[in-house]
Design a protein around this ligand. Sequence first.
Ligand code: MN
Length: 730
Amino acid sequence: MEAIIKKITDNIKRYNERSDIDGIMRAYEYAKKAHEGQFRKSGDEYISHPLSVALIMTELEMDAPSVIAAILHDVVEDTSITLQDITEEFGEDVALLVDGVTKIGKIQYTSQEEQQIENLRKMFLAMAKDIRVILIKLADRLHNIRTLKSMTVEKQLRIARETMEVYAPLAHRLGMSKIKGELEDLSLKYLDPIGYQEISDSINQKKLEREKFINSIIEVLTQKLAALEIKCQINGRAKHFYSIYRKMYTQNKTLDEIYDLFAVRVIVDSVSDCYAVLGMVHELYKPMPMRFKDYIAMPKPNMYQSLHTTVIGPFGRPLEIQIRTWEMHTVAEKGIAAHWKYKEGVTSNSESDTKLEWVRQLLEMQKETIDEDDFMRTLKIDLFADEVFVFTPKGDVINLPAGATPIDFAFSIHSAIGYKMMGAKVNSKIVPIDHILKNGDIVEVLTSSSVHGPSRDWLKLVKTSQARNKINQWFKKERREENIVRGRELIEKELRRHSLSHSQLFRDEWIAPILKRYTLATLDDLYASVGYGGLTAQKVVIRLRDEYLKIAKLERDEAMSSLPPEIDYSETKSTKTSSNGIIVHGIDNCLVRLSKCCTPVPGDDIIGFITRGRGVSVHRRDCPNIAPTSLTEEDLDRFIGVSWSTDKLSGEYLSEIQVEADDRTGLLAEITAAITETKIPMRSLNARTTKSNVAIITFTVEISDTTQLETIIRKIRGLPGVYEVMRCTQ
Ligand code: MN
């Protein structure tokens, strides 16, 4: 034990001499005491395990809190010590790491379906919160699988499979190829002992011969590079067993057919040296076509960088050569751990910057690289905020969006479960149906045959479209009559919001395309669809309104094109103002009358019409009675320019306004109150109700200009149930 702890402290001093050695020693004493009397299956004292894990952490050159947490990683789970104790003794940082490792340790590995395994890996990352937790967990697993021999066969198989399916891929995604290789090789040994042995035997068989071959190449390269004055280290390496195994089985190759069974690795100081070495190698040996890969210019998604080339070596034997810098080498071996630059005295802020920088780089990398590896999807520790992973009681992992409720969970299992759902249990406790699920929750849906379908309120609680669609479907089928009534109500409400009436919009020729578009047969189907939420009332009304406005605009354009001509009488403009505030251009002292059909008020665009014997009658330019279509050719000459006097007008003008609204109690009172509030005198009021229950109210007010008119119109439009407010023309 003392030997291991000494190795740990020696290691950490080597890469960071200001590390918290004291903390590490205290953690050791603390854990030793806590695990006192506990033994591993191998017979070793338990403390040997956490210490070995901590040693692996120092081999990864991790910071002191990670090493301390590694020493303490099993005390909360396996002894009477609480997380609170750890916090008090070693601080929050260490406690959070220990807590993370403990939580991840509780994830049950049961399923073997690929999708399930993928979810499990994601759950690991989502729960870890801090990447160091994953690293401790990987080190923990590495030591456990190194010492797997003493376990039962059943346990060996379970741990080996879990390692192969969850831990090794995680290590790979984090770029930690050294740990990944060891995890895979050790797992293989238990999962397929015969296959493992075969590979091991055949590699060992020709070991001598191969070593001779590799050494001869190393010798040549060393000489050549010395001549080029490139400082380098060259070594030969055998591929990991598992990658050979996989190539043999997936590509159905014999050992001799695997080119990169052995590789020569050249490590140099700079990137330019890498390319210089590559040039030299290609001069020396013939490169095999399509086998050169520049991972320096195009790093792998897990940040791996190197040049790979396969060349035809002496005796026509293919051979892979890898060229990289020392920095690339560290990253290749340690992956994310290599980026864990820890400096004593550096604020925690810049520490998290380092982490963010890593994630940022990965994100950029992912954008640029099209790789079958979905590395990023699983790395996004913080970027997982939008997902949550929970368990079924059987141990299957269900992936839901963050904020999902047991309702989402129920519908993701089966719609029949959702329809019969009466409640839910999370981690064996009854929870409200809108309970927000957390990572790692075990969720159980309580169903009852007396439940007749979902509640409409659930639509507001669910996060998945699956649940929403299923709930909507149910309402669509089960409650048609109710939905029709509800849909109609929703549409009426929406119409009122737009101050439009049903009769204005619901024309057959406009409805038909909507029905077709949503494959509905009848108008009732449309209402029903709105009623259950398949279609929104807003969508329907907006579509109809657009049609309506198109027609209205056409009609208006037509009317505009038939307006009386603009007459410019400015040169002959008179300054005399008639009693009603009208200046008739070119004529003084004539009889001027405001027409009763359109009751113009100051501010309106107006035109004069010379009547036979009754002076000039003044109309709004948009008054239908003076549209050229309703006049004779001869009449057209009788238009005359008029304008409102700019003098302060004392006259009062009568204007008639028509309101269309829902016929409801209190409506009339509210309208009159609204008018009274404006202090504009009302001269008459008339109300009637149409057969379709629309109240038509007309009233006359005495106003001085269009501004007042607009005020009144706006006020009444704002009243509930009012569809339309307009000035009358007769
Ligand atoms: Mn452990």
